[in-house]
Design a protein around this ligand. Structure first.
Ligand SMILES: NC(=O)c1ccc[n+]([C@@H]2O[C@H](COP(=O)([O-])OP(=O)(O)OC[C@H]3O[C@@H](n4cnc5c(N)ncnc54)[C@H](OP(=O)(O)O)[C@@H]3O)[C@@H](O)[C@H]2O)c1
Length: 248
């Protein structure tokens, strides 16, 4: 039980990678707070997780919502937060010629502003030591056609992890980011990509398949637990070899 007697907060814990992380953390003895904007989706996820999960409807990019989430978590569990996963994120196709500043900002508000608010509002509630994990992406380091807003937002997340790590290192709070490659989650439903496009993406993965969310969650467990106690300011690639192996 790597997370016995700990409290974890996972934003965007109602689906995909966040839900898999919450499931893994609970199986390792943690109590978890999961958040999302869609109350019904969140309720179903909490039901799956059982009595150790507290669902809180909250927009990760809203200061008021996140303040309320942490207050509610502290009231409910009567303890501090040991693990924080800033996972809530969206992906949108944003071809430069056709994308308004509002559409660009929408991606940044959630993926960057949301991470910032999630971490800032957590500070009074964090235990010492604590582990913060920011969910970035392989996209942080690779240009991708029609995804400039998403790629730039994830590059910002990797950068935030490093600066947060520097700012908190003396207070016992570790901050790392994790960069999945392609994982099999509902995020692709919102992109309007065809099966053929998704297959093309899978074919360029050295391991020739997308990750299952549980495989990303396993790496998150490492970053969450004491096993990674000497790591801070790092970005962990969990991408089936995409960032490290040349396609040639
Ligand atoms: N799947 C991949 O291939 C992949 C690869 C690299 C990185 N990632 C990153 O991994 C993270 C999780 O993605 P996923 O693939 O698991 O996607 P997903 O299945 O669509 O899950 C996204 C989660 O975030 C929540 N969310 C979105 N915007 C939010 C907001 N403003 N406030 C609170 N919650 C919000 C969603 O719930 P509501 O919609 O109800 O709010 C949902 O619970 C994202 O940051 C994504 O960029 C994914």
């Amino acid at each position: 039980m790597l997370l016995k007697d700990t409290l974890a907060v996972v934003t965007g814990g109602s689906s995909g990678i966040g839900l898999a992380a919450a499931e893994r953390f609970v199986s390792e003895g943690a109590r978890v707070v999961i958040s999302g904007r869609d109350a019904e989706k969140l309720r179903r996820a909490a039901e799956k997780l059982g009595e150790n999960a507290l669902p809180v409807v909250a927009n990760a990019a809203s200061t008021n919502d996140m303040k309320r989430l942490y207050e509610h978590a502290a009231d409910h569990f009567q303890c501090k937060v040991n693990v924080l996963v800033a996972n809530a994120g969206i992906s949108r196709q944003t071809p430069v010629r056709d994308t308004s500043l509002e559409q660009f900002s929408d991606v940044f508000d959630t993926n960057v502003g949301g991470v910032y608010v999630t971490v800032r509002e957590a500070l009074p509630y964090l235990a010492r030591p604590a582990s913060i994990i920011l969910v970035a992406s392989l996209a942080a380091g690779q240009g991708t056609k029609n995804f400039s807003a998403y790629c730039a937002s994830k590059a910002a997340v990797v950068s935030l992890a490093k600066s947060f790590a520097a700012e908190f290192v003396e207070s016992g709070i570790r901050v790392n980011s994790i960069s999945p490659g392609v994982a099999n989650t509902p995020i692709f439903d919102s992109l309007g990509m065809s099966e053929a496009q998704l297959l093309d993406w899978s074919n360029v993965i050295p391991m020739k398949r997308p990750a299952e969310p549980a495989e990303i969650a396993a790496a998150m467990l490492f970053l969450a637990s004491d096993a990674s106690r000497y790591m801070t300011g790092a970005d962990l690639a969990v991408d089936g070899g995409m960032s490290g192996i040349s396609p040639f």
